[in-house]
Design a binder for this molecule. Structure first.
Ligand SMILES: [Zn+2]
Length: 437
């Protein structure tokens, strides 16, 4: 399975996160079906791109510094969402030669051409170019604005290689038979999927916004370069994510990153459950109610198993057939989550401990299968401390004490106590804190 990964120039937003979580579920299902040794999951990192070059200039750092830092953000955020790491995570800049090899093949077959220091792919030479999008060739190009400049033969032709600009950072410049420059975005994925999975592979995933032009162009390049290649046998596309029913965009001020969720104190399991709450192909709306609902649901599950947690058996054999068949139905996580919720209801309704334990074992095993409830009940209910918030309150209390505002200082102490935080004033004037045990 090959999934288009992040372009590392900024913190991942929640739409990016949805895509990663969706393919994480698919990865877990494939492992369950075929065994870990029979699944190869590749997700690339696009570490060369116009957006990266612009952002590095804006932040006054090198491209290498920017991509290293944002790759770390991406990993931290995906760990917060309990996503498994793919088997391979190739970086585009490590595979420029592989891209050049494919461009050479395309030039030799005359489906690509050099013009105005660029190398372009001639879209009129690809068979079934528009097929993935389900549109006709004309419809496809009528529906989008195409840049027809810079010596293209056809307005829809796309860049395989573009020349570097003199002022650009040296790390944005690569040698090639077509001059110093860098690859186009689409060729990156054709080259990296070929490198790790061969000419034809099973599944290609990504957001629905990538169908055209990105995935359409990947298919055109790879099938043209490798005669007889099917490229991906199956395409999987996840739906859009909106914020309060509006498209997420920086200009609308509703741009939400995973870091924003963390800063709001939303726990990883809550965010993950929210992201799985609708069928992956349908749109999903992020709003406060949806997050509250996810929080309530998972807390309800933890409350259900808490009294019998020690006796709960969590293992593969406890994962129910009805739960798996929901996931086998085109990855119906919405239905699978409802099944888990029904187990929680059954625990509350059951009269005997044996039956409660049976349902709790199913609940926990199914929830963990989709990457949820990895914490114990104790950790879930008692160890979630937002240390930044505690430190901030301790600082406010110190200022209150300095201003001899004793009522305020006391009320802050009590507020912390109510959150099970005990503070201790030391002789040197500092204050330490710990969780109440
Ligand atoms: Zn891609």
């Amino acid at each position: 399975m090959y999934v288009c990964g992040p372009t590392v120039y900024d913190h991942p937003h929640i739409g990016n996160a949805r895509s990663v979580v969706v393919y994480d579920i698919l990865y877990r299902i494939l492992i369950k079906l075929f065994g870990k040794n029979h699944v190869i999951y590749v997700r690339n990192i696009t570490d060369i791109d116009d957006k990266i070059i612009d952002k590095a200039v804006q932040d006054e750092i090198t491209i290498a510094e920017l991509t290293k830092k944002t790759t770390e953000y991406f990993h931290q955020d995906m760990d917060y969402l309990s996503c498994l790491r793919p088997n391979f995570e190739p970086r585009a800049t490590d595979h420029v030669q592989d891209m050049i090899n494919i461009i050479d093949l395309l030039l030799a077959k005359e489906v690509a051409y050099k013009s105005a220091d660029h190398v372009y792919f001639d879209v009129t030479k690809a068979t079934d170019y528009a097929k993935l999008s389900g549109q006709s060739f004309d419809e496809l190009f009528n529906s989008v604005r195409i840049d027809s400049s810079e010596g293209k033969k056809n307005p829809g032709d796309f860049v395989l290689w573009k020349p570097a600009k003199v002022e650009e950072d040296v790390s944005a410049k690569f040698d090639s038979p077509y001059g110093v420059g860098r690859p186009g975005w689409h060729i990156e994925c054709s080259a990296m999927s070929h490198k790790f999975l061969g000419e034809t592979f099973d599944i290609h995933g990504g957001g629905v916004d990538l169908v055209f032009p990105h995935h359409t162009n990947e298919i055109a390049q790879s099938r043209s370069a490798f005669s007889g290649s099917e490229y991906a046998k199956t395409w999987v596309h996840n739906g859009f994510l909106t914020v309060n029913h509006e498209k997420m965009s920086k200009s609308l001020g509703n741009f939400t990153t995973v870091k924003d969720l963390i800063n709001k104190g939303i726990r990883g399991d809550v965010a993950r459950l929210f992201l799985l709450g609708n069928h992956y192909r349908k749109p999903l709306d992020y709003n406060d109610k949806a997050i509250n609902d996810a929080n309530q649901m998972i807390t309800y599950w933890y409350r259900a198993i808490e009294p019998i947690e020690a006796k709960t058996k969590c293992n593969e054999s406890q994962i129910s057939a009805e739960f798996m068949s929901a996931l086998f139905e085109d990855m119906n996580t919405h239905k699978a989550i409802k099944i888990i919720n029904d187990y929680a209801k059954e625990i509350y309704l059951s009269k005997t401990d044996d039956i409660k334990i049976e349902y709790a074992s199913k609940l926990l095993s199914c929830a963990r299968f989709i990457g949820l409830m990895n914490a114990s009940c104790k950790e879930w209910f008692y160890s979630h401390v937002d240390s930044d918030k505690v430190e901030k309150l301790i600082k406010e209390r110190k200022l209150a004490k300095e201003a001899k505002n004793w009522p305020l200082a006391d009320s802050i102490r009590n507020k912390l106590l109510n959150s099970d935080i005990v503070i201790e004033d030391k002789a040197d004037g500092s204050t330490t804190w710990k969780k109440k045990t």
